[in-house]
Design a protein around this ligand. Structure first.
Ligand code: G6P
Length: 612
């Protein structure tokens, strides 16, 4: 949700900033802008994607060794040139970029208007920079102090970088609720919303904490203090991201690359945690809190979007294997409905980005009630990873495509390991069954590899359904969340309306929609409630719906009924989501490409949702 990048050092800033914006574009892409200081403070911004900003910059002098840049996902004010960031202060001596929402911007703005200020944009950000400048002038304080005073008046979330026309040697940076990382190079500093624009220049980074202000001066050490004026020693961490993970590496889109990475990413999620030969599952990151999980009377899973779907699979896994009741909650609902939370509850928070505002708030709420919080995050060092008591990283590698793919299967893998670990320690599973599942889990990456071979067939199916206006996705048991995730993928990237439903629930409503124009995707693998799903397929057929079925290799029954079939390898019922999800990801991908949609950056969406 908005990407921030800034640079100060000996090099030209603009190439670093523009490349950084491209790397961060997945966070927001409705407008972009840049401000460079080189005796003059030049500011350019434009509606649309970073490439449109680059067009605008052609032929302009944007030389300078200090600058800030931003790619936006609009919250206040429509996406247009004026509302794009950076924003000037009233005198145009300061410029700011901001990610987050200033919730009390309206009273602050009214106060500033009374004092004679006028505003060019509709944004909360312009209010903040006017306020900072007002404090600077009226209270005659240096900029860092003015920022500190202003941030004490602000309610909401922010990651900001400010540049001052009269001080070409300093950037002022602060965060609360929205992420910010400072990269420390050799006599230079990089600032960004996440590490992706930084990694090619330096691996030494400092993640700012909430309510911290960093004063970044050319040729000096990084200084950090809190908005309560407490000095902090920067905690420098070394990044482990591989640069190639940030490139498309020959694939047409990041999403396709990430779908194809799943044999590896699932393997990485299990690495060092699953030893099939010795039959050991160990999750180092939660070892200190393992007993809490084992003893939990109830587990609550909080998440949003695709991560919530992974949570649903987790519910089935944990209840079946570990016999602990599980509730799966949308974080946004959980945080506002005064839920009953006990001290011996364990809350599992699932998040790819580790920055989702609602999930973060749900964690804080559960923490305040004394529950133990376990995180399942992909982004190392993210806010959620730091807010939880303990956790396991999914290690899927950077996910750049806005629609989540490999993060989902990595989350499900981790939840499977967690369920197995608890079940084994609790004794709710026999040793032989435990080993059976572990061996099968170990074989999953190879089966995912095999599943990917259906891609050519899916292209053909996609061609037939690319012009559909609606689609229904059905599944039961472990395949119900798979159906929901399949439908979400289709709507996210192809803009075709799709619904995921428990197959049996279809007759309580969606069946009314079925006619010859309605493609119905049924996940009908051969275990669990297979026979029941076959009956549901019959019900769809009787209404002339077109069936696309995901079946187990060698299936004959559904093959005889369905219009199109896609086969996945045989596996344990509880591991089917790791395979059956893959063809649904590919189906959405190819349909979206054929419809000419921007697969990696679908309209209106953002990868990291740092506003509620
Ligand atoms: C956004 C993304 C989704 C993601 C959801 C939750 O809506 O577009 O792909 O599933 O946020 O994000 P998280 O990072 O918490 O998993």
């Amino acid at each position: 949700m908005c990407g921030i990048v800034a640079y100060i050092g000996p090099r030209q800033a603009s190439p670093i900033l523009l490349k950084g914006l491209h790397r961060l574009e997945y966070r927001g892409y409705d407008s972009a802008g840049i401000a460079i200081l080189n005796s003059e403070l030049k500011l350019y911004k434009s509606k649309g994607k970073v490439s449109e900003l680059e067009e605008l910059l052609k032929g302009k002098d944007i030389s300078g060794t200090i600058g800030i840049a931003h790619t936006r996902w609009a919250t206040h004010g429509e996406p247009n040139d004026v509302n794009a960031h950076p924003h000037f202060s009233y005198s145009k001596n300061l410029a700011i970029i901001h990610n987050g929402i200033i919730e009390n911007y309206s009273p602050l703005k009214s106060e500033l208007i009374k004092r004679g200020y006028t505003f060019e944009s509709e944004t909360d950000t312009e209010v903040l920079i006017h306020l900072i400048e007002d404090i600077q002038l009226n209270e005659q304080v240096p900029l860092p102090e003015a920022v500190q005073i202003a941030l004490n008046q602000v309610v909401g979330a922010y990651a900001i970088v400010i540049i001052d026309k009269h001080d070409p040697d300093t950037l002022i940076v602060a965060r609360k609720g929205s992420p910010l990382v400072v990269g420390i190079g050799d006599g230079e500093f990089f600032v960004a919303s996440d590490a992706t624009p930084i990694v090619e220049y330096t691996r030494e980074v400092v993640y700012l904490n909430d309510e911290e202000i960093a004063i970044i001066s050319r040729n000096d050490e990084l200084k950090i203090k809190t908005i309560a004026n407490i000095e902090k020693t920067p905690y420098v961490q070394t990044l482990e991201i591989n640069l190639s993970a940030l490139e498309k590496e020959g694939f047409e889109h990041f999403m396709l690359k990430e779908i194809y990475e799943q044999p590896r990413s699932i393997r990485d999620s299990m690495r060092g945690r699953l030893n099939a030969q010795s039959g050991i599952v160990s999750l180092g990151g939660i070892i200190e809190y393992q007993q809490k999980l084992i003893n939990a009377k109830r587990i609550i899973i909080v998440a949003c979007g695709t991560s919530w779907h992974a949570g649903l699979v987790g519910e089935y896994l944990i209840e079946e294997l570990a016999r602990i009741p599980v509730e799966v909650e949308y974080a946004s609902e959980f945080r506002y409905r005064n839920p009953v939370i006990y001290e011996d509850d364990v809350v599992i928070a699932i998040s790819q980005s580790g920055e989702t505002a609602d999930t973060l708030a749900a964690i804080e709420l559960a923490k305040s009630k004394g529950a133990t919080i376990i995180g399942i995050c992909n982004v190392v060092g993210s806010s959620i990873a730091r807010a939880t008591h303990a956790g396991s990283y999914t290690h899927a590698g950077p996910e750049i495509g806005v629609a989540s793919t490999k993060a989902f299967t990595a989350q499900v893998t981790l939840l499977t390991l967690m369920a197995l670990m608890i079940a084994d320690r609790k004794g709710t599973i026999s040793k032989s069954r435990y080993h059976q599942i572990i061996n099968e889990l170990d074989a999953i990456p190879a089966k995912v590899e095999k599943t990917l071979l259906v891609d050519d067939k899916i292209v053909e199916i996609a061609r037939i359904f690319k012009d559909s206006r609606n689609a229904l996705y059905l599944g039961r048991g472990y395949n119900f969340p798979v159906a929901m995730e399949g439908a979400l993928k289709l709507k996210e990237i192809s803009y075709i309306h799709a619904e995921g439903y428990p197959a049996a629930e279809m007759k309580h409503g969606p069946i009314a929609l079925i006619d010859a124009d309605m493609p119905v995707v049924v996940v009908a693998t051969n275990k669990g409630t297979y026979d029941k799903v076959v009956s549901n397929i019959q019900e769809v057929k009787a209404r002339k719906g077109t069936i696309i079925a995901i079946v187990t290799e060698g299936d004959e029954t559904v093959k005889a009924l369905a219009d199109y079939i896609i086969e996945v390898p045989e596996t344990e019922e509880m591991l089917v989501p790791l395979l059956a999800t893959i063809p649904l990801q590919l189906l959405s991908y190819h349909i979206a490409v054929m419809r000419g949609c921007n697969v990696d950056q679908p309209r209106n969406l953002a990868k990291s949702v740092t506003v509620e």
